[in-house]
Design a protein around this ligand. Structure first.
Ligand code: NAI
Length: 251
């Protein structure tokens, strides 16, 4: 494995599971030191051990990204421990309940917007503060295919992910000239616990067939795109939204 991220500090939210975990491990494989963060710290020792066994180095910071204070503390812990934040993958998110708008509770809406949208604003606010001091940094926000199209029953999720794309564009406009590139990825349906917890087997089969490739994606396939967007190979890429969806959005 190329150690092309040697000396880089990569922060990943939602790193205890799914896409975040796969991406954190891939960063470590490529030589980055990783700041793992999640609201769930049950696996923190195992996560650090797994990364050390791969020859990497990591710390774990517990944070609920729906709380601004936690996001501020997360950035501070990264800086206190490693001195800088070169890469941030703002990935943590929830699937939420499937309900049409008239049936959706205000609590469900508020939780979705706080966890999947406000979180990205909070995280970027404190990451960018540090990146401006460094004069460099790359941020990748995890949106979704549902950041560009609707999905009946998922209004909160769809609205939040469309918001993530807008925030990404704005951050890129505000900071690209100061050395901070900001992009969003738009995964199709990816086999992670987020889907397992929210969908039955028949629905998963129907959804898999909506991808031109004829299957759902793997977390590691998304991780590869995040690493490219984080690397110097994508030096002219900022403000973009990159579907990684096996052709879902092509129809
Ligand atoms: P996952 O459920 O496997 O992992 C999500 C992680 O985020 C979990 O470890 C969870 O503890 C953490 N998390 C949840 N709420 C949090 C909070 N308030 N603060 C901090 N951490 C929190 O899910 P997956 O699939 O890996 O999702 C990661 C991201 O990818 C999410 O933003 C999701 O919307 C997005 N995504 C997932 C797709 C899929 O099909 N799995 C498709 C498109 C986007």
């Amino acid at each position: 494995m190329d150690k092309d991220f040697n000396g880089k500090i990569a922060l990943v939210t939602g790193a205890a599971s799914g896409i975040g975990k796969a991406t954190a491990f891939l960063f470590a494989d490529h030589g980055a030191k990783v700041v793992l963060s999640d609201i769930d710290d049950n696996e923190k020792k195992n996560l650090i051990k797994d990364i050390e066994e791969r020859g990497g180095e990591a710390i774990f910071v517990k944070a609920d990204v729906s709380k601004a204070k936690d996001c501020e503390n997360l950035a501070k812990q990264a800086i206190d421990n490693f001195g800088r934040i070169d890469i941030a993958f703002n990935n943590a998110g929830i699937g939420g309940n499937m309900q049409a708008i008239a049936d959706m509770s205000i609590e469900d809406w508020d939780k979705m917007i706080a966890t999947n949208l406000s979180s990205v604003f909070y995280c970027m606010k404190y990451q960018i503060g540090q990146m401006l001091k460094q004069g460099s940094g790359t941020i990748i926000n995890n949106s979704s295919i549902l950041g560009s199209v609707g999905f009946a029953g998922a209004a909160g999720y769809v609205a939040a992910k469309h918001g993530v794309n807008g925030l990404t564009q704005n951050a890129a406009l505000e900071y690209s000239a100061q050395g901070i590139r900001v992009n969003a990825v738009g995964p199709g349906f990816i086999k992670t616990p987020l889907l397992d917890e929210n969908l039955d087997e028949d629905t998963k089969k129907i959804l898999a067939e909506k991808h031109a490739i004829g299957r759902m994606g793997e977390a590691n396939e998304v991780a590869e795109l995040v690493l490219w967007l984080s690397s110097d190979k994508s030096s002219f890429v900022s403000g973009g939204y990159y579907p990684i969806d096996g052709g879902y959005l092509a129809q």
